[in-house]
Design a protein around this ligand. Structure first.
Ligand SMILES: Nc1nc2c(ncn2[C@@H]2O[C@H](COP(=O)(O)OP(=O)(O)OP(=O)(O)O)[C@@H](O)[C@H]2O)c(=O)[nH]1
Ligand SMILES: [Mg+2]
Length: 599
């Protein structure tokens, strides 16, 4: 029997309810006429709805006045969550006045499915009308949806035997198999964003969610829906409002959601509270991006850095149910770089963090050594993720770097030599930038960002066709500012010109200087870009006139290879050359110089 003492009702109602529970007569109809009379009497006298839970033999096992309360249901021994795989053999009936009998609220749907009721009857005692909802079976499984039948009159109910209908449903159910998590199926994700008071420096909510969706797809999950809530500020305990969080719980269950992804970084407390309430994996923007990093890191150093960032992110979040869920589940948020699963034991994490930090430091030292040996100027490609950096690098150098319509396709630094004719440079591809990237995540790709700091020239690649182009540019400038590299020469490259109008291209060319409007795909504008790079590289180059004695033919050959030869004449006193060379070479040529040009 249901523990009546848990209900907060008056003594009088309590006694009535107790009396009702005792009518344990057995019958096959949905409700006997005798019971129906008593229920009517109770509802009208107390002006309150009444829920009955009965078994298949018509016996009343529980009574609930007012709203169906899940917290009470949960403590009731005779009812269990059955994860919507089979019917529980219990029926849920509500009697009241002015009920919305044709539709179910989200909460009703959730309770109905979660507890595996055979049916849900909604009966309005004033209009004398009732509807019955049965679980729907789809391909042998309960689909977490319903079919409704009716309407019936109250009198019909006292004759109606639902047994046959329920047998039919059970016959359709395949035995013993679960449709919950099947191997190879994509994780089903629900995205959540807050509509906060507008700040013009921020990405529009739509854009931010569109990007979150793109990130989610990149991480390999399927986006089932997006939820937006308008608020003045995030709720300290739940990020979204508590009521909204409860609604999410219902939706997550009914729509078989595997994870909910929030468009900001959640505090450890928010994450924990949400996981406890909703009982599905909760992932925030940072954890999602880290997961993508984990899948994309290729080099040893890249992998170590990503794992370090993941562990630092997880450490404060390892309490309560949160850690249980992340231990149990797989998929987004649990993957480490490579094949490994992330460590979840706090003490071992601390030790691992120390080891990682040590190893990364050693690797950085090695890299430093390599860097010192290079003597060509370095041009770094920077820009918002998916702007086309890798595509451009490939176009310019045939590098064969993976470029994809995915966010963060590139995670490890790649360098290629680019021949400019009169000079050459090393082009370096870098990780894309993204908005709302917390600082501890930026630290995760320090290796690639150091390339940016070491570069002599930056090419800022912009997706000219993107609707949030200006904000993306600003995001990149902010990161470049943080890296203290805004002082370096920056060439802005408006890419994807094939997707914009000529007017727009014209406008962009004037918008910032120096800039080029190109298409890395079609090759349009690439020559202009090369000219700009050459001009920048050769800015410090010196123009010299030299004369080599005829026995110094080696120099002539060398200059043809590494410098820009403007003029060459065989004169009596030797070989005359007018050349443009970098400052180092200029120093070496000192003894042959007959004239230096001043630019
Ligand atoms: N239409 C068009 N598409 C382009 C152009 N350049 C690149 N793309 C496409 O844009 C997408 C992203 O290109 P990537 O080169 O991977 O971009 P990225 O900046 O390296 O991106 P991340 O490494 O993920 O930060 C790919 O689908 C490219 O084919 C272009 O000039 N025109
Ligand atoms: Mg790339």
């Amino acid at each position: 029997m249901f523990p009546l003492d848990k209900l907060k009702v008056s003594r009088k109602i309590y006694e009535k309810l107790e009396e009702m529970i005792q009518w344990s007569d057995i019958h096959t109809e949905l409700i006997s006429s005798k019971k129906l009379e008593k229920v009517k009497d109770f509802v009208f006298k107390n002006d309150i709805n009444l829920h009955l839970i009965t078994n298949r033999r018509g016996q009343i096992l529980g009574v609930f006045p007012g709203e169906m309360d899940e917290t009470i249901l949960r403590e009731w021994e005779e009812i269990t969550f059955n994860n919507a795989q089979s019917l529980s053999g219990l029926r849920w009936l509500i009697f009241g006045v002015d009920l919305e009998i044709y539709n179910l609220t989200l909460k009703e749907k959730y309770i109905f499915v979660r507890y595996g009721f055979d049916l849900y009857l909604k009966a309005d005692l004033r209009t004398n009308e009732a509807m019955i909802f049965y679980p729907e079976v789809c391909e042998g499984f309960l689909s977490r949806s319903f079919v409704s039948e009716g309407s019936y009159s109250l009198c019909d109910l006292t004759h109606l035997d639902p047994e046959y209908r329920i047998e039919e449903i059970e016959a359709e159910l395949k035995e013993g198999s679960s449709h919950l998590i099947q191997e190879g199926l994509k994780e089903r994700a629900l995205l959540v964003g807050l509509d906060l008071p507008v700040n013009k420096d921020q990405y529009s909510l739509e854009e931010s969610l569109a990007e979150l969706k793109q990130l989610t797809l990149t991480a390999g999950a399927e986006v089932v829906g997006m939820i937006i809530q308008k608020r003045d500020a995030p709720h300290p305990a739940f990020y979204i409002g508590q009521g909204k969080a409860v609604e999410l719980k219902y939706r997550a269950y009914l729509e078989q959601i595997d994870l909910i992804i929030f468009d900001d970084e959640l505090t450890p407390a928010q994450q924990r509270n949400l996981e406890e309430l909703i009982e599905v994996k909760i992932v925030d923007r940072s954890r999602l991006i880290l997961d993508i990093f984990a899948q994309h890191a290729r080099t040893r150093e890249g992998k170590l850095q990503v794992e370090l960032a993941q562990l630092k992110y997880m450490l404060p979040r390892l309490t309560g149910l949160g850690s249980k869920l992340s231990r149990l589940g797989g998929g987004i948020g649990t993957r480490g770089p490579g094949e490994t699963k992330l460590e979840v034991d706090r003490r071992r994490i601390r030790k691992r963090i120390q080891d990682l930090e040590k190893e990364i430091k050693q690797l950085a030292g090695l890299r430093e050594l390599h860097q010192q040996n290079r003597n060509l100027p370095v041009v770094a490609l920077v820009g918002y993720t998916n702007a086309g950096k890798s595509t451009l690098l490939n176009k310019l150098t045939n590098a064969g770097v993976l470029s994809e319509d995915k966010l963060f396709a590139t995670l490890d630094p790649t360098m290629r030599k680019l021949d400019l004719g009169s000079s050459a440079v090393l082009l370096s591809d870098t990780v894309g930038f993204i908005q709302k990237l917390p600082h501890h995540l930026i630290a995760a790709f320090r290796a690639t960002l150091e390339e940016v700091q070491r570069a002599d020239i930056l090419l800022h690649i912009v997706d000219a066709s993107h609707s949030e182009r200006e904000l993306q540019m600003r995001t990149v400038w902010n990161v470049l500012g943080d890296l203290e590299v805004l002082e370096k020469p920056i060439i802005t490259v408006f890419n994807k010109a094939d997707l914009i109008s000529t007017n727009e291209a014209e406008y962009l060319r004037e918008r910032i200087r120096p800039s080029a409007v190109i298409s890395a795909l079609t090759g349009e504008g690439i020559e202009d870009l090369l000219d700009l790079i050459r001009k920048e590289v050769e800015r410090d180059f010196k123009e010299l006139e030299v004369i080599f004695p005829y026995n110094q033919g080696g120099w002539v050959e060398k200059l043809h290879k590494t410098a820009n030869v403007l003029k060459e004449e065989y004169r009596n006193e030797g070989i005359y050359m007018k050349v443009k060379v970098d400052p180092i070479l200029a120093g070496q040529l000192e003894e042959y110089v007959i004239r230096k040009m001043v630019k």
